[in-house]
Design a protein around this ligand. Structure first.
Ligand code: BEZ
Length: 211
């Protein structure tokens, strides 16, 4: 069965461009992103991996460790890395797992045979420090992902974890947020000293607490 939100992210040991990694140990207390791409030496994947490398400081700032994966062997990843640096302007700076036996791909249900035969589709798993899956995304091979959107979701997830707020449609960092229904008005008044506006009893808005 596919991995669902709230499930524990399956642990694995695998070869990567940073040596052998044991996934849970590697993540430690950090947040994590595990994402797959279909194939090395392909155009969309080249742009994606370059973009993820360029965003390293943004992931670091959010305490997120990133791991990439495809069913190509590590030796191919290493050869491809110089093309990524040359064409995208940033060297790979996160581990890229080689999964030719498809062990991790099968564990995470990243192969969708009706879409892409034996290759991994563009899967994304965001994993919390508790090792629970917080977000899953699946994109087809022909569509490069928007990693700014993935950062935006991580900002929202971290706000929820730290401040008991949710984020409304099209929210961006700095915008007002939503007081979760689990908090009473009394609790919300104590928790959010800037106050909140109750547009409806169930729709309460407050300024982003960590700004
Ligand atoms: C690409 O990255 O461009 C790609 C990879 C596999 C299938 C189709 C496109």
């Amino acid at each position: 069965m596919a991995i669902q939100l709230g499930d524990t992210a399956p642990d694995f040991t695998a070869k990567s461009t940073s040596g052998e990694i044991q996934f849970h140990d590697y993540l430690g207390d950090s947040w994590g992103i595990l994402f797959s791409h279909p194939k090395d030496f392909t155009p969309v994947c080249t742009t994606e991996l370059g973009r993820v490398a360029a965003l390293k400081s943004e992931f670091d700032r959010r305490n997120v460790k990133v791991v990439g994966l495809s069913v190509d062997p590590v030796e191919d990843h290493e050869k491809w890395a110089s093309d990524i640096e040359e064409t995208q302007g940033t060297a790979l700076n996160f581990p890229l797992v080689g999964d030719p036996e498809r062990t991790v791909a099968n564990l995470y249900d990243m192969i969708h045979p009706n879409a892409l035969n034996t290759l991994t589709v563009r899967s994304v798993f965001v994993i919390g420090p508790d090792k629970k899956v917080k977000l899953t995304l699946t994109y087809p091979a022909s569509t490069g992902r928007n990693f700014d959107e993935i950062l935006r979701v991580i900002d929202s997830l971290q706000l929820t974890a730290d401040h008991q707020v949710a984020t409304p449609v099209d929210w961006n960092d700095g915008d007002d947020v939503i007081v979760v229904p689990a908090l009473s008005d009394e609790e919300a008044s104590k928790k959010f000293p800037k106050g909140f506006q109750a547009i409806k009893p169930y729709l309460r808005i407050t300024p982003q607490p960590n700004k």
